[in-house]
Ligand binder design. Sequence first.
Ligand code: V47
Ligand code: SF4
Length: 380
Amino acid sequence: MAAHTLETSAVFTKTLSKDLLAIAEKVKNGERITPEEGLLLFEKGELSFVASLADFISRRLHDGKVYFNRNFHIEPTNVCVFTCNFCSYSRLYKHRDDGWELSMEQMLDMVKKYDGQPVTEVHIVGGVHPKMNLEFFCELLSKIKAHRPDLHLKGFTAVELDYMFRKAKLTTEEGMTKMRDAGLQSLPGGGAEIFHPDVRAEICPDKVDGDGWLDIHRTAHKLGMHSNATMLYGHIETYAHRIDHMTRLRDLQDETGGFNCFIPLKFRNKDNDMSYVKEVSIVEDMRLYAIARIFMDNFRNLKAYWPMLGREAAQLSLSYGVNDLDGTIDDTTKIYSMAGSEEQNPSLSTEQLCDIILSVGRRPVERDTLYNEIKEYKAE
Ligand code: V47
Ligand code: SF4
């Protein structure tokens, strides 16, 4: 199979059912597949089949380019009013002595540590602390912007925003406008989990629901901001729940076009209230990436978050539709090391990240948050 052609007739006709063959034809012609067809891929699509379709789409969109970003994380606190059963990271307010709460000065010092370094983004996300309110975070944003105007401020999941806006007695639009005016430019994709209420009731009953999450992102897009979308997979959800989740995101993307990328997040089971749930296999991880690439036709970018997946699995995912490995992140990200990821100190230099990409025959390209290309790195 040449890089940009998909030979559906010769390769697949002997082995595939009519339904799967119809999906391959649609992919070849650049057509959207239906939710029923997405479900069929989960139920019947073998790894090699979905991989060839996903890689075809990824090469057609990106010509072998794999993006990464020079960013760093600030996690203001792991104190949280919510009790998501899959979370290994949060501590209730009454147990806050076991957790951390950074002051404004500590967070500004973290930003200053990167003075003179070519980072383009700061990603701010954490627990939902009852005392860290909208005013506090608006002040943080405007102080970071004043210190370093070129840094793109990406921060706060819909869960954090929903809580802050409700506490401030503001509508979503009023609250989001305040955040935007203080300097917030993009929202990360967290808090989406699985939108379906049956699953949410079991894994995260008390935080913003699926419609609320979508409404916050819709509002951000309307105000000219961008955002990401995640899906926490590999726990109690069924294939139908995954398709329902991705369909809702695909519909919102049709409406606003404001999503930058889709990020499947693999459930890790260490030290949380769902430790009894076995983690899914790497074959299921790769099938999920490939099917997401096929189904989410209006999302240009599919990201594997290597601190969660592990660097080798993330490298493998580049053959299953992934075209973004997120960033060169230092060890400020704790959410996955605490949940059992093999990456206990997730830090990669630009050279290491480029080696990972080059050694599987792809083209490493540094991007900014909005996927503007900064530089392509060639093999030495
Ligand atoms: O919403 C929590 C997930 C998310 C576990 O937008 C877990 O660029 C697996 O959304 N096992 C927060 N996942 C992190 C997040 C994110 C990460 C990287 C990049 C971006 C982006 C966003 O982490 C939560 C939840 O879905 N999570 N606990 C766990 N045990
Ligand atoms: Fe809090 Fe987020 Fe953990 Fe849920 S996933 S308990 S909202 S920190």
